[in-house]
Design a protein. Structure first.
Ligand SMILES: [Zn+2]
Length: 100
């Protein structure tokens, strides 16, 4: 005598798979962008974008973090200084508060 389809049929629902919790790592050659309105700054290399400068440098690959201060060339030292200013919310060259 055939059993047919009289059984319960469906199995228990599968729980949704856990999403991976690890943050996606930033690629070595990608800028790590921080918004400091009206500027967008790369935290690694110090390149930044503003309305007057445009995004020229940020279109290139990120050259990586700046070397320590005692090993910086003058240009790198300047880039470091501007990055610090930007991270403080100040204008990178004049040091003025952009909101003022
Ligand atoms: Zn960069």
């Amino acid at each position: 005598m055939p059993v047919g389809e009289g059984g319960a049929g469906r199995g228990p629902e599968q729980p949704p798979a856990d999403l991976p919790a690890d943050p996606s790592p930033v690629a070595d050659n990608a800028h790590e962008l921080v918004l400091r309105s009206p500027f967008v700054l790369c935290r690694r290399c110090g390149a930044y974008v503003s309305a007057e400068r445009g995004a020229k440098r940020l279109k290139d690959l990120c050259p990586g973090p700046l070397p320590p201060l005692d090993r910086c060339s003058p240009a790198e030292r300047e880039r470091r200084r501007r990055r610090e200013k930007l991270l403080q919310g100040l204008h990178p060259t004049s040091g003025a508060s952009p909101g003022a």
